[in-house]
Ligand binder design. Structure first.
Ligand code: ZN
Length: 394
């Protein structure tokens, strides 16, 4: 430190009173006991973000010194006692002179800073944050205030189940993985067939004959090592549905058969899990969100399955290869919204897309008070399930 800076420090010390770490700790403890109406001390950490992330004093506000003039508005009352701390007690002294110039009456610097606080064995907290690699990978999320670091941590903590790694599950799963959904479960008992590759982008030519769940896992893991993929190589049925969905927060339904839809609907109601439902046929797709007891369920709309002959899944239905990409991505979008708790999910709304017309439309869907599953006298636990008589793979 040069002579000039030493002089500035001496000046700051004369101007800004210092408290020891023990005195700060006691004053905060005293204030805590006095209750919320006696909050006369405000503790402010003026260190940089990476220092704060490594640990800070509980209850402190974080206002890095470089942003002091801009962000100290968080303490609008200039008569409060503002206790500043940094790593070693020097930056907080300098910050103290700034606050005095701004009109704060009682400004204190904590002598010895956070280093001395830790050295005395006083309590501190370590906030959970993204790693450096994650901050880079998800930087475009961090730039969106409605997502931010907190939202990204929610995504990383989220557990999403894909029913099927086919036409809808592929784009949904791929983008959910890219977005950093931390756990993706995939239930699919089928193997990759050449005819899948026109739309099922999680798979590729080399993987023909492999289990789709395994192929999907390989693709997702290559994209994003943050994602844990759990594969369930089985068909969803009465014996496993409750056990499998129990571990997940949101279910993305990419099935194309009625038995599974009813089975999933009733189990999801019982477990209170939202189902993001999508379907495609030729040039048309549709999706909605079944959120238990907040909007209609699948049985509110279709109390019973259609006659077998009319069910589109009873024939190998054609579909424009790009269409499931659109609907699957809308399902992924709804899933991310549910995880983050932002926006208006498609609850009670059916969105339809007509690729040839280039049109989206929306239909309102209503809960049926007499619904056998979610109505007043509904009993989802003992409704009939329907055998997969068609046995056409999803
Ligand atoms: Zn219902």
């Amino acid at each position: 430190m040069g002579e000039a800076s030493r002089e500035i420090m001496r000046q700051a010390r004369r101007q800004v009173p210092e408290w020891s770490t023990v005195k700060v700790h006691e004053s905060l403890a005293h204030q805590h006991e006095a209750g919320p109406e006696h909050q006369d001390i405000v503790l402010v950490d003026v260190r940089e973000k990476h220092e704060w992330s490594e640990g800070h004093i509980p209850g402190a506000l974080h206002v890095p010194r470089g942003y002091l003039e801009l962000q100290i508005e968080a303490v609008p009352d200039k008569t409060k006692t503002v206790v500043l701390y940094c790593a070693g007690g020097i930056r907080s002294l300098m910050a103290g002179t700034t606050l005095q110039q701004m009109g704060y009456k009682e400004v204190i610097s904590m002598a010895g800073g956070f280093g001395a606080w830790k050295g005395k064995g006083l309590p501190f907290v370590q906030p959970r944050t993204l790693s450096e690699a994650q901050a880079k990978r998800y930087s475009r999320h961090l730039l969106v205030p409605e997502v931010g670091e907190e939202g990204q941590l929610k995504l990383l903590d989220a557990r999403v189940l894909l029913i099927g790694a086919g036409g809808l599950g592929s784009p949904a799963g791929y983008y959910l993985a890219a977005a950093g959904v931390g756990t993706i479960g995939i239930i699919d008992a089928d193997v990759v067939d050449e005819s899948n590759l026109q739309r099922q982008i999680l798979h590729n030519t080399k993987r023909i004959g492999q289990y789709k769940a395994e192929s999907a896992r390989e693709t997702i893991e290559a994209l994003n090592p943050d994602v844990k993929v759990i594969t369930h190589i089985e068909r969803l049925d009465e014996t496993n549905v409750a056990r499998i969905i129990a571990d997940y927060d949101v279910i993305v339904d990419g099935t194309d058969n009625f038995p599974t839809r009813y089975l999933l609907n009733d189990a999801a109601l019982m477990a209170n899990k939202p189902v993001v439902h999508g379907s495609v046929f030729r040039f048309e797709g549709q999706l909605t969100v079944f959120k238990p007891y907040e909007g209609p369920c699948y049985r509110c709309l279709y109390p019973e399955p259609p006659p077998i002959a009319l069910a589109p899944s009873c024939a190998e239905a054609g579909v424009l290869g790009v269409l499931p990409g659109i609907i699957g991505l809308l399902q992924a979008t709804e899933t991310v919204k549910l995880v983050l708790g932002i926006g208006d999910p498609l609850v009670g709304r059916l969105m339809t897309y007509d690729a040839l017309a280039g049109e989206f439309n929306e239909l309102r869907l209503f809960r049926d008070p007499k619904c056998p599953a979610c109505g007043e006298n509904g009993h989802p636990e003992d409704l009939p399930t329907y055998a997969d008589v068609c046995a056409i793979p999803a």
